[in-house]
Write a protein that binds this ligand. Structure first.
Ligand SMILES: Cc1cc2nc3c(=O)[nH]c(=O)nc-3n(C[C@H](O)[C@H](O)[C@H](O)COP(=O)(O)OP(=O)(O)OC[C@H]3O[C@@H](n4cnc5c(N)ncnc54)[C@H](O)[C@@H]3O)c2cc1C
Length: 294
């Protein structure tokens, strides 16, 4: 039966109060943002925190800012629906806004937060791959101060991340996109419904000033390893070259060669490898064409 166990519920009035509670109760407490992962895990008795600290309404943890030349900041409790509809993010970071639009259903997106999506640290999560491809950093807060790190260092494995006792995820920092660059995101699920991805990917390509030669590539794969997998083979293949049909074909093979998916209820490892090849071919082509117009 899906009845929650008994726990003490706190709704701090500001970030400092939240940090005090998080420090006081340590690993006996869980932070609640949108609750779309946490409450399910509690109902299924996968976790039984003694204390739940609800940070969902803290204004200091919500919102999106963008400054030309400096980049964007997205606070951890910003709803995924607000990321999907942000004009600044749609214009400057369309891969992230698009990934947000693909998470669950509208009902889920108005509850769920990007902080929760990354702190839950599921290998199949929607937003870590585009965040990583875009060079995002996370800022972690505690009563002692703040520290920051790239999102790919923050997520360490299936439901594992670098948060220590007494810390919360405060915000994401996105650098200004490079000149002549574009990032694209794609995912494949088994059916066109609320299906967790069987694989996802983001590709960020920067071109030289000739707008044809590839200067830099960052290709990040989701759901094919215990954490987002950053390709080494694709940049080695593409950087310094102009994209051709032959290179697109080889891009698919290179990404496929690096992916280490598992077989589970959603897809076999073989199918996931095919999906990775198809996504890599499509996204590299799309990002390259978009970078020419950037
Ligand atoms: C029907 C359904 C469909 C879904 N579809 C998708 C999908 O397509 N793609 C996808 O990626 N996910 C999907 N999800 C999963 C979920 O909605 C997302 O992972 C969501 O972004 C989690 O955010 P939240 O705010 O609800 O997190 P919560 O459930 O509140 O928290 C999740 C975890 O992160 C911790 N946490 C949250 N915020 C912070 C913080 N600021 N600092 C420290 N710790 C924190 C919590 O303690 C908890 O451990 C789906 C869920 C449901 C129920």
């Amino acid at each position: 039966m899906n009845i929650l166990h008994e726990f003490e519920y706190f709704k701090p009035g500001n970030k400092k109060e939240a940090l005090e509670l998080v420090k006081k109760y340590g690993n006996k407490a869980k932070v609640l943002a949108g609750g779309t992962d946490l409450v399910i895990m509690m109902k299924e008795k996968m976790i039984k925190p003694d204390y739940v600290i609800d940070i969902s309404d803290l204004n200091e943890l919500k919102g999106i800012t963008y400054e030309e030349g400096k980049g964007a900041e997205v606070y951890a409790c910003t709803k995924v629906a607000d990321i999907e509809s942000s004009e600044d993010l749609k214009t400057k970071y369309p891969a992230l806004a698009y990934a947000a639009s693909q998470l669950g259903s509208h009902q889920v997106r108005v509850m769920a937060t990007m902080g929760g999506n990354c702190c839950h640290s599921s290998p199949a999560a929607e937003t870590p791959a585009p965040l990583s491809a875009l060079g995002a950093k996370v800022v972690i807060a505690s009563l002692e101060g703040e520290r920051e790190m790239p999102i790919e260092d923050f997520i360490q494995g299936n439901r594992r991340n670098d948060l220590k006792e007494g810390e919360i995820l405060y915000k994401f920092k996105l650098p200004e996109p490079e000149k002549n660059s574009a990032c694209r995101y794609g995912h494949i699920g088994l059916r066109d419904a609320m299906e967790i991805d069987c694989a996802n990917m983001a590709a960020n390509i920067q071109l030289e000033d000739d707008k044809e030669t590839i200067k830099k590539v960052k290709l990040v794969m989701g759901s094919v390893a215990i954490k987002p997998l950053i390709s080494k083979a694709v940049p080695a293949l593409l950087e310094g070259k102009k994209l051709t049909e032959e290179l697109i074909e080889k891009t698919g093979e290179a990404a496929q060669g690096e992916a280490k998916p598992i077989s589970d209820v959603r897809a076999s490892a073989e199918y996931r490898k095919d999906v990775i090849a198809a996504l890599a071919r499509r996204l590299v082509k799309e990002a390259y064409e978009a970078a020419k117009e950037a």
